[in-house]
Design a protein around this ligand. Sequence first.
Ligand code: SF4
Length: 290
Amino acid sequence: MNEIVAPLLAWGVPRLRDLPWRATRDRWAVLVCEVMAQQTQVARVVPKWQQFMQRWPTPGDCAQAPLADVLRLWSGLGYPRRCRNLHLAARAVVERHDGVVPNDLASLLALPGVGPYTARAVLAFADSADVAVVDTNVARVLARVTGTALSSRVSQELADATLPKGRAWEWNQVIIDFGAQVCTARSPRCSECAIAGGCRTYATFGTSWNADADPARTSALTSKPQARFDGSDRQARGRLMKMLTTSGVRVADVASVMKLGDDDRRAWRLVQSLERDGLVVVDGEWCRLP
Ligand code: SF4
């Protein structure tokens, strides 16, 4: 694997995408961006991240804000549970770490909603620590270069072993960008790939891509086909959350707001799931943000 490092850095460093959070080394700013960017397109994250950091530049600022305000700003990014967890994480940082996002893996992993990728991303991108991150892009590249479907543990071990010490910030950014732009999920651009010579999948298939035999398909941590969104519970919940950012909704109107026709039972089940997640409160006849 180490043979891919030099060519990938040479390819990627001059091409690093100009993303606003790449100019910061603030742990809170990195944490916010990493939570926002999970399963959400970068173009949608950029303006929201800028607004968020302007309004709540520290964990303490966010911790003091009502969750409803944070959810209003979050609207449009989807997955509001991530927002709720980020708000809880801000409060935990204030309570446990004097308002400063910690710089050790165990403490980061103990924060609400922070998993192995996010914790390592904070260390790599804020502190330039020698830590390898494995997101869906990186997991895909590792699987294809090795020509093997990888478990999450083996992916992380491979990433750790490949990391060029002292260049963690650049390396992690470059391999993520490479996966996002060249070694893409559906149609990798193998004919222009800087590391094709060291790629086992390319050695097997050349430019005749065989999606069925793609080792990334069955690797852990790689993106899998999403369940259909139209008509899903997620879509219905999203409709209600969007409406709640502007006003309360009468319980009797929830099915209509969710566009579920007269399926009040399904609507009520979804309201209860949002309530359990701490994203809505039901107060008599009304649903509101918490
Ligand atoms: S040769 Fe193709 S599959 Fe292999 S790393 Fe490059 S883009 Fe990915």
